[in-house]
Design a protein around this ligand. Structure first.
Ligand code: 4NP
Length: 164
């Protein structure tokens, strides 16, 4: 059996941005016929919202683009750095937290900032936290995530020797 490629999306609360990225990436894998080659999940660096469903505003935004979100929030775990090949942070603060965490517990996962793969992203570009803002923040986050996920998938396929 071919090895599964494991990708984890990470934000702060695991209710707004990372569930959106997980849903968009799954949708892309479905479209490309690659879903059975991947394991995809999301998590938050903080524990505040553990067990909650994705934020209703993220669910509505994704639904407007034909994508359904699922799952329940969980916090990042030490074993994530062994169980996932690619861990993808939404902002620089998430990335710094992940780097510190991995330094403490070890693990082989590669860490990235999602918008490294956004064709419209400047170096260091982030998916800003939309939690305290209005609906436009969620639409903007969706657009950034959608642009970046295509680039992320292309990067992974290249890394894994699966590029056509
Ligand atoms: P997320 O958004 O990190 O994209 O899930 C947030 C959700 C909750 C909070 C902050 C950001 N909060 O402060 O509770």
């Amino acid at each position: 059996m071919t090895r599964e490629i494991a990708v984890l999306f990470v934000c702060l609360g695991n209710i707004c941005r990372s569930p959106l990225a997980e849903g968009v990436f799954r949708h892309l894998l479905d479209q490309e016929g690659l879903a059975d080659r991947f394991r995809v999940d999301s998590a938050g660096t903080d524990s505040w919202h553990v067990g909650e469903s994705p934020d209703a505003r993220s669910v509505r935004t994704a639904a407007a683009h034909g994508i359904s979100l699922g799952g329940h929030a969980r916090q990042t775990l030490p074993e994530d750095f062994r169980r996932f090949d690619y861990i993808v942070a939404m902002d620089r603060s998430n990335l710094a937290d992940l780097q510190r965490f991995r330094d403490g517990v070890g693990g082989e996962a590669s860490l990235y900032l999602l918008r490294e793969f956004d064709p419209q992203g400047e170096p260091g570009a982030e998916v800003p936290d939309p939690y305290y803002g209005g609906p436009k923040g969620f639409e903007d986050a969706f657009a950034m995530v959608e642009r970046s996920c295509r680039g992320l998938l292309d990067h992974i396929l290249e890394e894994e020797g699966m590029a056509s």
